[in-house]
Design a protein. Structure first.
Length: 363
């Protein structure tokens, strides 16, 4: 597999993820990423090394290098077509400087970016979620026949001790570890990973979280005390709206507790990069501007600390189905005006404008 950067220029199929990113789903499947259902192997049947240098992943890499788009990557391609930045593009921006290092003639090094979804354990029943991503959805899913397992909790890895031995063998080269769920802060494995990183003196690893921020202590362990020991931590709080609407969308949440936890992080871990990461849907697109403005004005986040996720499914919650699109468009335009007068960054203005462009396309 021979290449150089000239083959990448102008190649809108190319994605860096299969050269640097190891994603393990809650079913134990090693996939291209958390969006594309492209499976390279099963962590319960193969080692990390066997999967990372296997036939399937190398075939996928070769296809990307030759400019062949995989229809299973349409999640990114669709976003790009609608004017919204995709994970593919974000990864190229973040890790583009590594292209010459990680794509070499017949050499594929160990993954540097890990995203292990250890289980579906979660303490919320978000309206837009499902049993596969939240154990709290089990009873409702079972009643409707939509449960994806016979038990509430779905574990990705059968033999965790063996897996952590493999993880220890590659952790020296890891630069980024992404924790998501379920809810990572209520997973035992999350704290085990942090202990491993500290044992290996990997305090420089970038810890990234997508968390509902419902708690900061779990089984006597304070995540705040762990974060104090790492140099770079990014916490993306999955908050969709303020107050009652936020609690309605993310069922079992408590708005006052979430706000208090934001305050604790700001106070006790000022080095943590704190942002909100709302999932934009028909349920909250009319409220996202007020959420952003409120948290900024209360000093809980900086004006540029917002990461936008565009919901693609379930289809009934897609923003194309929002009522009174004209009103929502007016709100977004007003918010853009506020951002500009408040000296928000060009990138933040672009993010909100992407929502505006997207909803305008469905008028």
């Amino acid at each position: 597999m021979s290449t150089n950067t000239s083959k990448i220029e102008g190649n809108d199929a190319f994605c860096l993820m299969p050269w640097l990113h190891l994603h393990v789903s809650t079913r134990g499947l090693c996939q291209a990423c958390c969006i594309a259902p492209i499976t390279f192997g099963d962590i319960n049947k193969q080692t990390i090394g066997e999967i990372w240098n296997g036939v399937k992943i190398n075939e996928f890499r070769s296809n990307l290098l030759s400019g062949k788009k995989d229809k299973r990557c349409r999640g990114c391609y669709d976003l790009e077509d609608s004017g919204v930045k995709s994970i593919r593009q974000e990864t190229l921006e973040k890790y583009g400087y590594k292209i010459n290092d990680i794509i070499q003639d017949d050499i594929v090094s160990k993954p540097v970016y890990l995203d292990i979804r250890f289980s579906n354990v979660c303490n919320f029943r978000c309206v837009t979620c499902w049993h596969g991503a939240s154990s709290k959805w089990f009873e409702e899913a079972k009643a409707t026949g939509t449960n994806v397992a016979k038990t509430a909790i779905i574990k990705a890895i059968n033999k965790e001790d063996e897996f952590f031995q493999q993880l220890e063998s590659i952790v020296s080269g890891v630069e980024e570890f992404y924790f998501a769920g379920g809810e990572p802060l209520v997973m035992d494995q999350h704290y085990r990973v942090l202990e491993l990183l500290l044992k290996k003196e990997k305090k420089g690893v970038h810890l990234r979280y997508n968390t509902n921020l419902s708690l900061l202590d779990f089984k006597g362990k304070s995540v705040i005390e762990y974060w104090k020991q790492f140099h770079k931590v990014t916490v993306s709080a999955s908050i969709d709206a303020a107050g009652e609407l936020g609690e309605k969308i993310r069922r079992d949440s408590d708005w006052s507790t979430i706000k208090q936890n934001l305050k604790v992080i700001k106070s006790e871990c000022p080095h943590v990069q704190l942002e909100i990461a709302p999932t934009i849907s028909a349920l909250n697109v009319a409220a996202i501007t007020s959420l952003h403005k409120q948290l900024v004005e209360e000093g809980l986040i900086d004006i540029d600390s917002i990461y936008i996720n565009m919901l693609s499914r379930p289809d009934q919650f897609h923003i194309k189905n929002v009522e009174n699109k004209t009103h929502v468009i007016d709100q977004l335009r007003q918010h853009l005006g506020w951002l500009k007068t408040s000296e928000a960054s060009t990138e933040t203005i672009k993010k909100i404008n992407e929502i505006l462009v997207c909803i305008q396309s469905y008028q």
